[in-house]
Write a protein that binds this ligand. Sequence first.
Ligand SMILES: Nc1ncnc2c1ncn2[C@@H]1O[C@H](COP(=O)(O)OP(=O)(O)OP(=O)(O)O)[C@@H](O)[C@H]1O
Ligand SMILES: [Mg+2]
Length: 260
Amino acid sequence: MQQIMGYGWGNNMNEEKRPFLETKDIYKSFGHVEALKGVSMNAYEGEVLAIVGDNGAGKSTLIKILSGVLKPDSGVICIDGREYCGLTSRKAIEEGVSTVYQDLALGNTMDVTSNLFLGSELTKCGFLKKKKMNEEARRLLDDLDIQIPDVTVPVGDLSGGQRQGVAVARLVHNGGRLLIFDEPTAAMGLNESNAVLRLIKKLAGEGLTVIIISHNLPHVFHISDRICVMRQGRVIRELRTEATEMDEVVAMITGAVTTD
Ligand SMILES: Nc1ncnc2c1ncn2[C@@H]1O[C@H](COP(=O)(O)OP(=O)(O)OP(=O)(O)O)[C@@H](O)[C@H]1O
Ligand SMILES: [Mg+2]
């Protein structure tokens, strides 16, 4: 947590930041399907980068390569200055890359605190320091503005948005530096999605790099600093959100405009 709090990037000028993540010419095929055809893109510290594109554009394939779930056929991934030709999931986690999926890998029968401290439990003489962990869990959730009244309830009893919040809090607790959300607000209510969007913005404001994949363009325009448009396995344009109209992005996604 200490790792990411207090960076305090004050603006969105990418020239003043360095890319936390760079991909260079990534190719990936599944049999005869070329899912990625030379993808090069950057994500900077302290920004929210939205990746948009039609079904089958290659977004999830790219994300799986970034989180080490899939190995690219060729190309390089550079994280915080270190180059990888193929990242393993383990290495990606060590580098602070974490992906939050809609279907979250949380222990539903365990309470909120146990989920947050999974693998890093506080103990004294072999006994769990449950009270201290509950206090720290409370502080962490409050810091992140995640609305969970009771940290001792099983995660399975929480709403989708609250569970998403626990997944994010666990990541912050573990010191993640690149946070990837695959369709975070699909299947979420208005209040829940607003809370998740606020949280994403807040984390980027504290210096984390956030990548969000979404088909929801109003959400994308609400929270992103930049938009990366993918079509048919390629990045066809990287745009600054504030200098872009939603119609332009729709046209690029659908192929109604040609891009060079
Ligand atoms: N495991 C796989 N085996 C075979 N083909 C795959 C596999 N995963 C993805 N593909 C193919 O690669 C292409 C890109 O798929 P991908 O899932 O990356 O798209 P996407 O942009 O995430 O789409 P969506 O918005 O629908 O989630 C598609 O043509 C898809 O059918
Ligand atoms: Mg997908």
